[in-house]
Design a protein around this ligand. Structure first.
Ligand SMILES: *[C@@H]1O[C@H](CO)[C@@H](O)[C@H](O)[C@H]1NC(C)=O
Length: 355
């Protein structure tokens, strides 16, 4: 059973032309009370009664999107973790002064300067006004880190020399970050500018408590209770979003990188296996907040920068899937339970599609 609240949030995203500025003076979601909740629950049934084919939904006339205030706080869903939430909220308070009308891109790279350069140019040529800065986690310890530069449109690009070639580097809350929202990326992944801005707004308006991004994945138990890592087919269920392209609140990066005992074990596990930092991020966010992820496809979906011939693309061979499956079962033990929540809809621009 999916939680009605998250369905409600998704419904709100389906509205075309939501004017953020109109929302400022209006009551917060939390104070809107039971009437709104009832409408959300009703709309949940409305959504799932007719689930045969992807459909674009609009908001019931009785509920105006402008009645829901801007969510500048991380929201929680059913099943949030009572013990973990205080530390998360503490982390959130630490970054309260950061901007929420812009976002930062953090890209991780290792010895592929040509691919990185292509990706950077594809991002900056879109001249997104919402993009504040690009930070590159430079994991190549042998090559001197390049000089920082500014795009012609004025977007600063900063190279952060890593102290260790680790997949955890991208998940560190870099002190240069001036925004609450961070788009995590790889050196060969990007969204077109309209899709990127759409995904950013979806993230910001759906509680900032989720990973909202471009690649859905599914963890699923078999009869024996063993979990398996699956690449979902078009429009089917998912419960993870890869960090190859996803928005996240900086407070989660803070939590992931903290001295918390479990997170320290998780980071060590990621370093030992050189894999699964993205699965760990999905476990962590859903474990704490109880909120499922959102697949924000946009019009074009995730883009991959073409690579020079012969360069292998990781991520689709059998060994890779088996390693990811092992991570699921190991993380189930480490977290003490599987916190992943299934989600079935995906978002294209301002239309909500439900499978
Ligand atoms: C980086 O990519 C741009 C755009 O394709 C290209 O014009 C430029 O020469 C590249 N720079 C380097 C150092 O490869």
């Amino acid at each position: 059973m999916r939680d009605a609240t998250s369905q409600g949030y998704r419904l709100l995203d389906a509205v075309k032309g939501v004017q953020l500025s109109q929302r400022r003076n209006i009551i917060q979601f939390a104070t809107a009370g039971t009437v709104l909740l009832c409408i959300l629950i009703l709309s949940f049934f409305f959504l799932y009664d007719d689930s045969s084919s992807p459909t674009a939904w609009s908001l019931p006339a009785s509920l105006n999107a402008a009645d829901v205030g801007p969510r500048t706080k991380i929201s929680l869903c059913d099943g949030f973790d009572q013990k973990a939430v205080p530390s998360l909220l503490q982390a959130e308070a630490k970054y309260e002064q950061l901007l929420d009308n812009k976002f930062t891109i953090v890209i991780q790279t290792y010895k592929r300067p040509a691919v990185l350069n292509e990706t950077l140019h594809r991002i900056i040529e879109g001249e997104s006004k919402m993009l504040d800065q690009i930070i590159i986690a430079w994991n190549d310890l042998e090559t001197p880190v390049p000089k920082d530069w500014n795009s012609p449109g004025g977007i600063p690009i900063h190279y952060q020399q890593s102290d260790k070639n680790s997949l955890n580097q991208k998940l560190k809350p870099n002190p240069r970050i001036k925004t609450k929202g961070v788009l995590l990326g790889d050196d060969d992944t990007f969204y077109t500018t309209p899709d990127m801005e759409f995904a950013f707004k979806t993230w910001r308006e759906t509680g900032q408590s989720r990973l909202v991004g471009a690649w859905p994945r599914l963890g699923k138990p078999n009869k024996e209770g063993q979990w398996h890592y699956i690449i979902p087919g078009k429009e089917s269920e998912y419960n993870m979003i890869l960090t190859g392209l996803t928005f996240v609140h900086i407070a989660f990066l803070d939590y992931y990188s903290s001295s918390d005992v479990l997170m320290t074990q998780i980071r060590d596990y990621v370093d030992e296996h050189f894999n699964c930092e993205d699965i760990a991020m999905n476990y962590m966010t859903q474990y704490i907040t109880g909120c499922p992820t959102i697949y924000a496809k946009g019009k074009g979906g995730a883009r991959l920068t073409p690579k020079p011939k012969g360069m292998p693309r990781i991520g689709n061979n059998k060994g890779h899937l088996a390693r990811r499956t092992a991570c699921l079962n190991d993380f189930n033990k480490m977290f003490g339970r599987n916190p992943l929540k299934n989600q079935a809809g995906f978002l294209i621009s301002a239309e909500l599609h439900v499978s």
